[in-house]
Design a protein around this ligand. Structure first.
Ligand SMILES: Nc1ncnc2c1ncn2[C@@H]1O[C@H](COP(=O)(O)OP(=O)(O)O)[C@@H](O)[C@H]1O
Ligand SMILES: [Mg+2]
Length: 423
């Protein structure tokens, strides 16, 4: 048997099981010697009483016959009572008168502790004296002690068994539960990653476009510099300006690529202080092309000095990307009436929480589907456009950070609110 690890079990449960095991063990410990002692005492009392009663009957007859002299008939009384005395054991017999004077003594003095039975002797229906039998209980007490030792051993064993077996079973099932939970978390993380990659895939076209711009600028600047070099004497200042532009554009391109790489990375980091401003900036960068394509403007009303929240930057960016992307999708691909399409981002701090809201006026969410939008795989978008995982995963991400994600949609406007604990 390996050592019992109760670390995972709630201390209260360990205490209750220990107390129950202890109670049952104490019962076992006490029950065995106690039951023996009571039974032995009853048996001894019965045997003594039966013999004392027989002796008393003889004495009654004896006294009736010699009412005045019986007190002095010591030898004869002893002779009469001798057959009743158990000589194998230490018991002492006394016949006493009403004043308590002993007229006859038989047997051997009983060793302590003793048990005494006393039966009346009658003379013409009136009590004239008593037959008293005292027997040593030493043997009974000895056996009781012996059984008490066995009881202690049994109780010790039963305590260990009664305590460790349930606790072990409990610890095992809690281990199983913890393993299942870990597996469940792993599955959820993989699903979140899959959904993020799907989103990234959707944004890749835009990213390619965004990369094209610095690459074109780099090509242009390099071509111009080349021409300049071919023309003859080089103007150091213009050449330096061209090269500087190349460096800047290359940096911009690598920033875009880095961002995509970091965003696509599998999560698993611990909670820490996160700037919501930076998260929103990152999400807007990733969505720049999609926003442009849908002709959606982002109105960012976030105060620049927002306090940090407690969470993880990349998963939060995933949440914000999904909320803004959903708003873009709700506005649709083509802007038929040419009216401005606005997504408003706002943030407010109340108590020890920060609430980020994403607000659009794209027509709202029909009440019939509102209760289902956080369900996994629920989507109203055509196959290939929506996975239906965005909101369900966002909900899980925010929840894991100790925050909440809620929605309000009425009168054609929708507001998603992400509430997070402050760092
Ligand atoms: N801002 C919004 N306006 C209207 N409907 C929305 C909005 N955000 C989400 N929805 C609805 O919720 C559904 C689920 O969204 P989501 O979980 O992100 O999955 P997906 O975007 O892949 O469909 C969407 O298909 C859409 O019907
Ligand atoms: Mg979505």
């Amino acid at each position: 048997m390996t050592a019992l690890d109760t670390g995972r079990i709630e201390p209260r449960i360990v205490r209750v099981i220990t107390a129950l095991a202890l109670a049952v063990s104490v019962l076992i410990m006490v029950a065995l010697p106690a039951a023996y002692f009571v039974a032995a005492r009853v048996a001894v009392t019965a045997s003594l009483t039966a013999r004392a009663e027989s002796a008393a009957a003889i004495m009654t007859e004896f006294v009736t016959r010699n009412p005045d002299h019986w007190l002095f008939e010591n030898a004869r009384i002893r002779g009469r009572l001798a057959p009743f005395v158990d000589t194998a054991d230490r018991e002492s017999w006394r016949v006493v008168d009403l004043a308590g004077n002993a007229t006859a003594l038989l047997g051997t003095p009983a060793r302590l502790p003793t048990l005494t039975v006393s039966v009346p002797i009658h003379d013409a229906g009136v009590v004239a004296g008593r037959v008293e039998v005292t027997r040593s209980m030493q043997e009974v007490v000895g056996w009781t002690s012996f059984l008490a030792v066995i009881g202690i051993a049994l109780a010790g064993g039963s305590f260990i068994l009664l305590r460790s077996v349930p606790l072990r079973l409990l610890a095992e099932s809690m281990d199983r539960l913890a393993r299942a939970e870990a597996m469940e978390r792993e599955r959820a993380a993989q699903l979140a990653q899959a959904s993020k990659l799907a989103q990234l895939g959707e944004l890749a076209t835009g990213m390619a476009h965004e990369l094209n711009q610095p690459l074109t600028a780099i090509t242009l600047a390099a071509q111009n510099a080349l021409k300049q070099v071919e023309r003859g004497p080089v103007n150091q200042a213009t050449l330096a300006a061209r090269l500087d532009r190349i460096v800047q554009m290359a940096r911009r391109a690598s920033t875009v690529i880095d961002h995509m790489r970091i965003f696509g990375r599998m999560g698993g980091e611990a909670n820490g202080p996160v700037s919501i401003n930076a998260v929103v900036r990152g999400a807007r960068d990733l969505l720049a092309f999609k926003l442009e394509r849908h002709q959606v403007q982002v109105e960012d009303t976030l105060p620049p000095d927002l306090p940090m929240v407690l969470g993880q930057a990349i998963p939060l960016e995933q949440v914000v990307v999904n909320l803004i992307a959903n708003a873009c999708d709700a506005y649709g691909d083509v802007n038929e009436d040419g009216k401005p399409r606005l997504v408003t981002l706002a943030a407010a701090v109340a108590a020890d929480r920060l609430a980020l809201t994403v607000h659009d006026c794209a027509g709202g969410i029909p009440p019939a589907i509102l209760p289902r939008i956080f369900d996994p795989f629920f989507t109203t978008k055509p196959v290939g456009k929506g996975t239906g995982l965005g909101l369900s995963i966002s909900y899980g991400i925010v929840n894991d950070m100790g925050g909440t994600l809620s929605v309000q949609s009425e009168g054609g406007t929708t507001i998603f609110s992400v509430s997070l604990p402050l760092a």
